[in-house]
Design a protein around this ligand. Structure first.
Ligand SMILES: NC(=O)c1ccc[n+]([C@@H]2O[C@H](COP(=O)([O-])OP(=O)(O)OC[C@H]3O[C@@H](n4cnc5c(N)ncnc54)[C@H](OP(=O)(O)O)[C@@H]3O)[C@@H](O)[C@H]2O)c1
Length: 240
């Protein structure tokens, strides 16, 4: 299968990339920081030499760049000689957390959070959808958050943007039913990644990035007749 994953240089996106690579699937990856992205690609290529792994840095918060990444990934999968020219899975994972409260967060925080966490997925998905609709198959995972389901301290505009991403995912699910395309909203609680490392909190209190990757991979393996609509995961001890 051909899998497109955004925000794959580290954290959840990197773990998701590894879970598909380990099962022999081809990867088309994106993040912003060129060095980190190519390093991640190199590590995966060394570990899984039998698959195709391509990567290109783009700032997905920028509409033109989100669309350009989609067109690049499509062109890469359509290259003559590829056994499979379909786009089988798109994982909209790239995102950013800026802590704050609506009443006092910095001016422009809402716009930034909406651009990174919502528009990135919206514009990229719209580039990929015509190909999936032509195939009459495909699976789109949108990495939302527990912050898409409930308000929490310091959630501010991040939480607003993740509620919006969940709305995007639910609407897309309805629209794509008849086209044979599955849509899954993933709502993780706290999983230990760079976003949390700086807090100095005990790593054992968190889920592992691999936990989220494993459930996404498992959800991609069901029959054509079944769609996992929502995945809610929390640390064993609950929200942090
Ligand atoms: N970890 C958690 O506890 C948790 C919980 C709930 C939901 N989530 C969601 O899960 C997703 C991944 O979180 P994470 O903890 O793995 O984050 P992370 O460790 O900070 O990694 C974020 C990834 O997204 C990329 N990215 C961010 N902004 C981008 C942009 N404008 N254009 C392209 N790539 C961009 C980053 O690349 P660069 O460094 O190059 O920008 C990086 O690869 C996010 O959507 C997050 O909101 C995480």
């Amino acid at each position: 299968m051909n899998i497109i994953i955004t925000g794959a240089s580290r954290g959840l996106g990197n773990a998701i990339a590894e879970s598909f690579a380990a099962k022999g699937h081809n990867l088309f990856l994106c993040s912003q920081n060129e060095l980190l992205l190519y390093k991640a690609m190199e590590v995966l290529t060394t570990k899984y030499p039998g698959i195709t792994i391509k990567a290109r840095p783009f700032n997905l918060a920028d509409e033109a760049q989100a669309k350009a990444f989609g067109r690049w990934a499509m062109a890469e999968t359509q290259r003559p000689g590829h056994q499979n020219n379909n786009i089988d899975i798109l994982v909209n994972n790239a995102g950013q957390f800026l802590p704050g409260s609506i009443y006092n967060e910095k001016e422009g925080t809402l716009e930034k959070m909406i651009e990174v966490n919502l528009y990135s997925a919206y514009h990229l998905t719209r580039v990929i959808l015509p190909q999936m609709m032509k195939q009459k198959s495909g699976h789109i995972f949108n990495i939302c958050s527990i912050a898409s389901l409930k308000a929490y301290h310091n959630g501010g505009s991040y939480s607003i943007s993740k509620f919006a991403l969940a709305g995007f995912s639910k609407n897309l699910r309805e629209e794509m039913k008849e086209h044979g395309i599955k849509v899954t909203a993933v709502y993780p609680g706290a999983a230990y990644t760079d976003s949390w490392a700086a807090t100095g909190m005990d790593q054992n209190r968190f889920m592992e990035a691999k936990d989220i990757a494993d459930i996404i991979f498992a959800s991609s393996q069901l029959s054509m007749q079944a769609c996992v609509e929502d995945i809610v995961l929390r640390p064993q001890l609950g929200d942090i």
